[in-house]
Ligand binder design. Structure first.
Ligand SMILES: [Zn+2]
Length: 465
């Protein structure tokens, strides 16, 4: 066969639990942090016969709002469907989902085209023990949005970046905490490889991806596994595979059902959604309600002169960027101080908001920018602020860390150095101007590194005559 170029293609299906106060079709509390099993339950989410579901308006709004943020087309008409399958954690025998009329179609994120976003209910959580299986219905009926991308991703890193950006967006919107380790965000990757003649090969669906790293590793593993099988002339099966974190490999779980097996049909117990009749669901209204999106934040940081890696890092965490934005506001958007603040925040505070308030952090940056603190002094004051809080001017005074600008003190330091270094003084006066830097260093040392360097230099030159 020779070196045939194989093109890997990846599409993602991402579920995220929405942060609503109640569940999707009943009034039970939606609390992902509830640790006691079967507390937030009622006849509706336990699927008792004869109960009727009621649509959670807030969940619909959140999906539409996410759609507006992604530049998707919001449906004018939508409906829910029954997706039939039998599983112990879905006692109705079907899940209420959406099929032909999702809430959102289209849109893009991080350069990846989105197919659709729909709304459905989460299933119960089952735990399998040695001789028994336990089911917790707290999760049953929690609103779940499912986002499906077009199969337009061709490498593992792009897939990982897309998922990270979606998590950040959902957190920014307040739509979901989207913690992977807590199962609030679940990622499935459809992976296939194909030769130049065919566009898409046989795809496998990889599940159990509990971190962004496992998303990237599982996709890379699948691409390699499928490429090798392709090159050996083996026929690949359409199957669902799991990811084994310990072995760092995917494994067969089951052969994939086609969508026809789910026997989708419109949910007869729910009304159709004529969304265009609801003013708060209009695209303009939802767009107007959006906060600054991560991409817009990075663009704003670019305009402030913050370098690429730093702006990505600052924008990557909601609490981090909120702290930094509060600092920026205090600094009144002055670019030089803002870049300085970004550097100190990232290198000395590791980008972690702490006990130091944004305003005291901004005050520290202003003191440094105004030469009231040396670079060393600023770092020392900041170290105290990080652990104990407090105002930088007070800390600097208490600890004697302020930049020394007192003329008398600096003159005394210069005089002492000239006394101790007669040789260097002689050299300078003989025309060896480079000696000035040496003497300045010595004088700075006498002040414990806190002397105002410009003032010190001025005094030294004057005294050396
Ligand atoms: Zn309930």
């Amino acid at each position: 066969m020779g070196a045939m170029a194989l093109l890997p293609t990846i599409g993602l299906e991402i579920h995220a639990e929405l942060r609503t106060s109640t569940k999707m079709f009943c009034n039970c509390k939606n609390d992902p942090d509830e640790e006691r099993p079967n507390v937030n339950i009622c006849p509706i989410c336990l699927a008792h016969p004869g109960t009727l579901p009621v649509i959670n308006r807030e969940a619909v709004r959140q999906v539409l709002r996410a759609g507006a943020a992604l530049g998707g087309t919001l449906a004018h008409f939508s409906e829910f469907d029954r997706k039939s399958y039998f599983y112990p954690d879905i006692p109705k025998g079907y899940q209420i989902s959406q099929y032909e009329h999702p809430l959102v179609t289209g849109g893009t994120l991080a350069g990846v085209a989105i197919t659709r976003i729909h709304l459905e209910e989460d299933t119960a959580r089952s735990t399998h023990g040695e001789n028994k299986s336990l089911i917790d219905f707290n999760r049953a009926g929690i609103p779940l949005m499912e986002l499906v991308t077009e199969p337009v991703i061709h490498d593992a890193k792009t897939a990982g970046d897309f998922a990270r950006e979606l998590q950040l967006l959902l957190r920014t919107l307040g739509a979901s905490e989207a913690n992977l380790e807590k199962g609030e965000m679940r990622i499935e990757a459809n992976v296939s490889v194909a030769s130049g003649e065919e566009r898409l090969g046989t795809k496998t669906e990889v599940k159990n991806l509990n971190s962004f790293r496992s998303v990237e590793r599982a996709i890379a593993y699948e691409i390699e596994r499928q490429t090798k099988a392709f090159e050996r002339g083996e026929k690949l099966a359409q199957e669902t595979r799991g990811w084994d974190e310990t072995k760092q490999e995917t494994f067969h779980q089951r052969f994939k059902e086609g969508s026809a097996d789910y026997r989708y049909f419109p949910e007869p117990d729910l009304p159709k959604l004529v969304l265009e009749d609801v003013p708060e669901f209009a695209c303009e209204a939802l767009t107007a309600s959006l906060p600054e999106l991560p991409s817009q934040k990075r663009e704003r940081y670019a305009r402030l002169g913050i370098k690429s890696d730093d702006r990505a890092y600052l924008a990557a965490d909601v609490a981090r960027s909120a702290f930094f934005d509060a600092v920026t506001k205090e600094l009144d958007g002055r670019p030089k101080s803002t870049v300085l603040a970004a550097n100190y925040f990232i290198s000395d505070m590791a980008g972690d908001p702490c006990v130091a308030s944004p305003s005291s952090f901004a005050a520290l940056i202003q003191m440094f920018a105004a030469n009231e603190l040396s670079s060393r002094g600023a770092k020392d004051v900041l170290a105290i602020m990080i652990t104990k809080g407090g105002e930088p001017a007070v800390i600097a005074k208490e600890r004697g860390l302020g930049q020394i600008q007192d003329r008398g003190t600096l003159e005394a330091a210069v005089e002492r150095v000239m006394e101790e270094e007669p040789g260097a003084v002689k050299e300078y006066r003989a025309g060896k101007s480079g000696t000035l830097q040496y003497l300045l260093g010595k004088a700075m040392k006498v002040t414990g590194g806190a002397g105002d360097p410009e003032l010190l230099r001025e005094i030294l030159i004057k005294k050396l005559g």
